[in-house]
Design a protein around this ligand. Structure first.
Ligand SMILES: [Zn+2]
Length: 566
């Protein structure tokens, strides 16, 4: 069904509450497993309907924020969905207490129960007020950043409008853009510190009220870390320092030489990779969409079916237009067994990333569309990001169509950026571990922690010179640190696995694709570490994994014909 024909129905919250209660009661009073399973399926359909209508409202609201109808619907849902959480939790509890747990485990696996148990540890009715306060503080942060009116080059820019200048090939313009942005953050430093300080104290208090040791533990439960501990993450950090940091440093030293800037680099110079600028797509939006269609059609029968489904049903909205919300996302519409991709094409390589990264998520969702229950359709975040980040590498096959004569430059910069990202991402996570272990740190002490970590994870960076960035405050512009604690390391694990796929592609492309399809096919039925091993990949927590991908990447980068880079 075409997206525009999908029917939006205003949710009747009172009758939903009743229906949920009815299926929960039916589930609880079932005297056979079959009866309980039927009630469980009924409940699943209700949950899918709520998710479908929520997704339709969200998509239509973000596609056109000026549409008054969906604006009101979005407001209605923001207010009423939290009310339903309590009712959905009734089923979670009933499931965990069910006398038929063994039969359910046999049919759907143990993972569903492990995750439900974790979710329950993150919530109790007494903390509702604190959770609302937490939301308020993160919204305050997002609003502060969105409100930025930065004077630059005689124009007034938002943070995202300033972004292209921060990569400008002109050294002076680039430095001025970073300085202008840094000044904005610096002017708002007191507020940024105060919001974060409140968040740390509040999160610590929430964890204590839930009977947990500290917020780190709660953060791990919130992220459903069901297959690794903070000790494993600490081991990963060590391997990053040992293998990734030296390789990334080598890349930066070579870059400094190529772009003619002094090493160590200031933040502004570290943002430029080539004198001629970062690689740009060769065509316009239509060309990119056509290239994407062709790529997925020739990649495999599965991706061909998927991409035809997406286009036939008009499930992509990627052009910027008046009234459209910022950013990009991929969202599931369960009742229609469909995924929707939203983006704002802007003529940079982000456009290609939309049709590789977001479509990687969408392909995984499409592959999992018939899995029941919903909880097993999608794995935890680090595994979801494997779907997308690895697809970016599979799309090297179509680099020529996307980037024309800049295809080689694109490949070099994509691989180099993947390598450079992991130390930064790991540092963001390390910082959060320190901050929540020592909630009593003052804002100044937090900045010193960041500055110290910069020396460990990003030795190519020279502090000083640029306001805010040079003062060791750059962590305050990383949204996740405020809004989604402990999320960031998920990208690093996913990038590591994506690099494993990339390395496999270099020797046996078919094997890499088969293994990827296998991983996507498991959807959310396995934990992260099981997904990786069942797909024939190495565990990122084994230091040999990082050592090996670094060796392959290092060899590829050093053998690259540098005369193609300017
Ligand atoms: Zn993603």
């Amino acid at each position: 069904m075409k997206f525009n024909e999908m029917r939006y129905v205003h949710l009747d919250i009172e009758s939903l509450k009743e229906e949920i209660c009815k299926s929960v009661n039916k589930f609880k009073s079932a005297d056979t497993f079959e009866c309980a399973d039927t009630a469980f399926a009924e409940y699943g359909r209700l949950a899918d309907t709520v998710e479908t209508q929520t997704a339709l409202a969200y998509i239509r609201h973000t596609v056109n924020t000026l549409d008054e109808f969906y604006d009101k619907e979005q407001e209605f849902l923001d207010e009423n969905l939290p009310v339903l959480t309590e009712y959905f939790q009734m089923m979670s509890k009933a499931l965990l207490e069910s006398p038929f747990r063994d039969e359910f485990t046999k049919k759907y696996g143990e993972l569903m129960f492990i995750n439900e148990e974790m979710d329950l540890k993150t919530f109790s009715p007494e903390i509702v007020g604190d959770l609302q306060e937490e939301n308020k503080l993160t919204t305050e942060y997002e609003k502060l950043l969105a409100s930025a009116q930065i004077e630059f080059n005689g124009k007034i820019c938002t943070v995202s409008q300033l972004a292209p200048y921060k990569q400008d090939t002109d050294d002076k313009i680039r430095l001025e853009a970073w300085t202008a942005e840094g000044r904005f953050y610096k002017e708002n430093k007191e507020q940024l510190d105060s919001i974060f300080d409140k968040l740390v104290r509040l999160r610590n208090k929430i964890a204590k009220n839930l009977g947990l040791e500290d917020f780190t533990q709660l953060g791990y439960y919130r992220m459903r870390r069901n297959s690794y501990t903070k000790e494993d993450v600490a081991k990963f950090r060590e391997a990053v320092q040992k293998y990734l940091v030296p390789l990334a440093d080598k890349i930066y030293r070579e870059t400094a030489e190529r772009i003619g800037r002094p090493y160590p680099l200031n933040y502004a110079d570290s943002a430029l990779m080539f004198k001629s600028g970062n690689p740009k797509p060769s065509g316009n939006a239509d060309d990119i969409l056509a290239a994407a269609k062709n790529f997925y059609r020739t990649l495999s029968p599965e991706t061909a079916e998927f991409i035809d489904f997406m286009f036939e049903n008009e499930l992509l909205d990627v052009l910027s237009k008046k009234g459209k919300a910022q950013g990009g996302y991929c969202i599931e519409i369960p009742d229609y067994k469909a995924e929707f991709i939203f983006a704002n094409f802007n003529g940079t390589s982000d456009d290609v990333e939309t049709v590789t990264h977001e479509a990687g998520h969408a392909f995984a969702g499409y592959t999992a569309r018939n899995i029941f229950p919903a909880a097993l359709r999608s794995p935890t975040m680090e595994s979801c990001e494997i779907h997308s980040m690895s697809m970016e590498f599979f799309a090297w096959k179509a680099a020529g169509e996307f980037y024309g004569k800049e295809a080689d430059k694109f490949k070099y910069s994509h691989l180099a950026s993947a390598v450079k990202f992991i130390p930064y991402g790991t540092m963001v996570d390390h910082f959060q571990h320190i901050v929540y272990e020592r909630p009593e740190l003052t804002p100044e002490q937090r900045d010193s922690v960041w500055a110290e970590l910069t020396g460990v994870y990003m030795p190519w960076i020279k502090l000083g010179e640029i306001p805010f960035y040079g003062d060791g405050c750059a962590w305050q512009r990383q949204h996740h640190i405020y809004s989604s604690p402990f999320y960031y390391i998920d990208y690093c694990f996913a990038q590591t696995v994506a690099l494993e796929f990339w390395a496999m592609m270099q020797t046996d492309w078919e094997k890499a694709w088969e293994s990827y399809k296998k991983l996507v096919g498991f959807a959310g039925t396995k934990k992260f570490t099981e997904l990786v091993s069942s797909s024939g990949l190495d565990n990122p927590f084994d230091e040999n994994t990082l050592r090996s991908v670094c060796e392959t990447a290092s060899k590829w980068l050093s053998e690259f014909d540098k005369t193609k880079l300017d």
